[in-house]
Write a new protein. Structure first.
Length: 282
């Protein structure tokens, strides 16, 4: 059929319907122009490939750059009133140890209580962790439960004041040598970062004790903690690097990618973040 005849019939039909229904009839020019627009195929957008052909224009979005390794230990330390102090206290990669203190007034910005079991009922600060770490702990405990492993969160965040009291108690009751091996002086505790949590099983006898590492719960943590972004912070045989005795119960959140690499290699956080891959002994 002739194109002009078809267009004319279509216009007539639209006008008839509009008049019969009592509606205002659209202008003839508008109807004709819309019909011409519909008849014209749209051209491909600039740079886009047509269907069935390859787009030879490279796209920057197709290439994902690798995740950059965090700054080294040497790049994140400064002297503050004679004390080596970390410059990145809020970062997941922060390293706090006997040689690296937190800023004197540091309090984590986003402390929350993870929804996990605790072996006590008191509403105290050690229930708390930073938000991302708390969410990851919930994920870790849920995975453990699926595998028939029962875990308890024992001690998370500790303020400077609490750490000072704890350290002084260790010194008075168990001696300075024991305190230096298992506890941190105020300002140099990982617990103050809000990224650490001491974990136990149901058996109170192994709670915060080295034999916990040989229990099903301790072995499960060693095998699976990295899946949720945690590492066993103080490894056996690495005491000269971490400065602390083996603590199979002490979990530290660093994020999944970093945790999986650290645990797979069997190294410490200090080793991972040293410029040459080997941390200085403490």
């Amino acid at each position: 059929m002739n194109k002009n005849r078809t267009t004319g019939l279509a216009v007539a039909a639209v006008l008839s319907v509009a008049l019969l229904s009592g509606c205002e009839a659209p202008s003839l020019a508008k109807l004709l122009s819309s019909g011409d627009q519909q008849a014209q195929p749209s051209a491909p957008a600039s740079g886009a490939s047509s269907e069935g052909s390859e787009n030879t224009t490279p796209s920057s979005q197709q290439e994902e750059p690798g995740i950059q390794k965090p700054p080294s230990l040497q790049e994140t330390i400064t002297m503050v009133e004679g004390v080596p102090t970390v410059t990145n206290p809020t970062e997941l990669s922060v390293v706090v140890n006997k040689q690296r203190a937190l800023p004197a007034d540091y309090i984590p910005p986003d402390l929350v209580e993870p929804n996990v079991p605790f072996p006590f009922d008191e509403k105290v600060e050690k229930r708390f962790m930073r938000a991302e770490a708390a969410k990851a702990l919930e994920e870790l405990f849920a995975k453990a439960q699926l595998d028939g492993i029962e875990l308890y969160a024992v001690s998370g965040y500790r303020s400077y004041k609490t750490q000072r009291s704890l350290y002084e108690t260790y010194v008075k009751t168990q001696g300075a040598e024991h305190a230096a091996a298992y506890s941190a002086v105020p300002g140099k505790s990982e617990h103050q970062t809000g990224l650490a949590m001491d974990v136990s099983g149901a058996d109170a006898k192994t709670r915060l004790e080295e034999p916990f590492g040989e229990t099903p719960e301790g072995q499960w943590l060693a095998a699976h903690s990295a899946e949720c972004g945690f590492i066993i912070r103080y490894l056996k045989g690495k005491e000269a690097i971490t400065g602390y005795s083996y603590e199979p119960w002490h979990l530290r959140y660093v994020g999944k990618e970093m945790a999986q690499e650290i645990m797979a290699k069997g190294i410490t956080l200090e080793d991972y973040l040293s410029e040459d891959g080997t941390a200085q002994k403490q």
